[in-house]
Design a protein around this ligand. Structure first.
Ligand code: GRG
Length: 325
C-alpha cells in the first residue's frame, strides 16, 4: 500500500478507537502506583520528599509510561510486571524536567502552568529532587517486588539499557550537545542528532522496555525500536513547531527569554513547512512499523496520530501531500 494510503487507513482505524478513555485509565493507573512509590517516604515529610512529589504531581501527559504500557500490552504483558518500569521512566522524565528548568540550563519559571521546582523549593533542593527521582527510578526497577514478575537477568538487562539511554549516549549527552549548539550555527544533521538523544532516547527506551518485559521476539523488538526512533523525533519536532508558532499551552512555553527561532530546532533551521514535511515522513514510518501488528497496535497508532496531528495542521499550513491523502 502507498504511504498516503497507509496514512489514510490508519486514520480510519484510529477513528473508532477511544484514545481519550485509553489515556485516562492508564494515567490514573500510573498516578496511583507512582503515588504509592513515593508514599513510603511520606512519613519523613521532608522538603526533599515534597520537592520530588512536586516534580511528579500534578503530572503532564504521562506519555512515556503510557507508551511503555502500550508496547507491553501489544505483546500481552502483565500490568504488574510493566508498571514498575512505567513509573521508572516517568521518574526519569520528571528529573530531566526539574534539572532542565534550573537557571543553569533553561532558567524557566513555569512548568505545566505552575512555578518550577526551584522557584518553589530553591535551586539546591530542586537539584537534589531531580537526583532523587533519577535514583528512585532505578531503585523501583530493581526492587524485590519486580522479581516476582520479571526474571532477574531481564531486570538487569533493562536497567543496563535504560541507564544507557538516559546517559551520555542519550538524554544527558543530547542535552549537553544542545547546550553547546546554542553558541554556534548548526545544520539539520546536528539538530537531528541532538533530538534523537535528548528526547528520542527515553521515548524509544520506554517502548523497548515495555516490549521486552512482555516477551517480544527479536524481530518484533526491532520493529518497536524503529517505531520508537521515529516517534521520538516526531515528538520533538511537534513540540518545536507548536512552540515556534506560539501554539504551546501557556506555562509550557520557554520562559527563558531566548527567541524560539534562535534554538537548534527543525523549524528554526529548515523552516516550518520543511519541518512539517519531515514530520509527515516520520508519521508514515511509524505507521509502517505498526502495520504488521494489525488491530492490536491501535493504541500506539492513535497515540502517534495524536502527537503529530496538531503540528501538521497548525496555522492552516497543511503540507500538500496531506491535502491529497
Ligand atoms: C537535564 C539531563 C537533562 C536533560 C533535559 C527533557 C529535557 C532534557 C529537556 C526538557 C526540555 C524539552 C523541551 C525537551 C524536549 C522534550 C519535551 C517536549 C519534554 C516535555 O515532555 P512532555 O511534553 O511533558 O511529555 P509533560 O509535561 O507532558 O510531562
Amino acid at each position: 500500500m502507498s504511504e498516503l494510503g497507509l496514512a489514510a487507513k490508519a486514520r480510519r482505524q484510529t477513528a473508532n478507537f477511544d484514545l481519550e478513555a485509553y489515556l485516562r485509565t492508564r494515567i490514573a493507573a500510573v498516578d496511583r502506583v507512582l503515588d504509592g512509590y513515593l508514599k513510603c517516604y511520606a512519613e519523613r515529610s521532608s522538603t526533599i520528599w515534597k520537592a520530588m512529589r512536586y516534580g511528579l504531581f500534578p503530572g503532564g501527559k504521562r506519555i512515556r509510561p503510557i507508551l511503555l504500557l502500550a508496547a507491553g500490552e501489544l505483546f500481552e504483558g502483565r500490568r504488574n510486571a510493566l508498571m514498575p518500569f512505567a513509573c521508572a521512566v516517568e521518574m526519569i522524565h520528571g528529573y530531566s524536567l526539574i534539572h532542565d528548568d534550573l537557571p543553569a540550563l533553561d532558567n524557566d519559571d513555569l512548568r505545566r502552568g505552575e512555578p518550577t521546582n526551584h522557584k518553589v523549593f530553591g535551586e539546591g533542593v530542586a537539584l537534589l529532587a531531580g537526583d532523587g527521582l533519577l535514583t528512585e527510578a532505578f531503585h523501583v526497577m530493581s526492587g524485590p517486588e519486580v522479581l516476582k514478575f520479571v526474571p532477574a537477568d531481564l531486570v538487569l538487562k533493562l536497567v543496563h539499557e535504560l541507564s544507557h539511554s538516559v546517559g551520555i549516549d542519550g538524554l544527558v549527552g543530547g542535552q549537553a550537545f544542545d547546550l553547546e549548539a546554542e553558541r554556534r550555527a548548526v545544520d539539520i544533521g546536528v539538530v537531528e542528532y541532538i533530538h534523537v538523544r535528548k528526547t528520542g532516547a527515553l521515548i524509544r527506551a520506554s517502548l523497548r522496555l515495555g516490549a521486552q518485559v512482555a516477551g517480544a521476539k527479536p524481530a518484533e523488538l526491532k520493529r518497536i525500536s524503529r517505531f520508537g526512533t521515529s516517534l521520538g523525533l516526531a515528538f520533538q519536532i511537534t513540540d518545536d513547531i507548536l512552540d515556534i508558532l506560539g501554539e504551546t499551552a501557556p506555562g509550557e512555553r520557554a520562559e527563558s527569554g531566548h527567541s524560539e527561532w534562535n534554538k537548534a530546532t527543525f523549524p528554526s533551521v529548515i523552516g516550518v513547512a520543511a519541518a512539517q514535511q519531515r514530520l509527515t515522513e516520520l508519521r508514515q514510518q511509524c505507521l509502517r512499523e505498526l502495520a504488521p501488528f494489525g488491530a492490536s497496535a491501535e493504541p500506539l497508532r492513535a497515540i502517534t496520530e495524536q502527537i503529530v496531528t496538531r503540528a501538521l495542521h497548525v496555522n492552516g499550513n497543511i503540507p500538500t501531500k496531506e491535502l491529497h491523502s
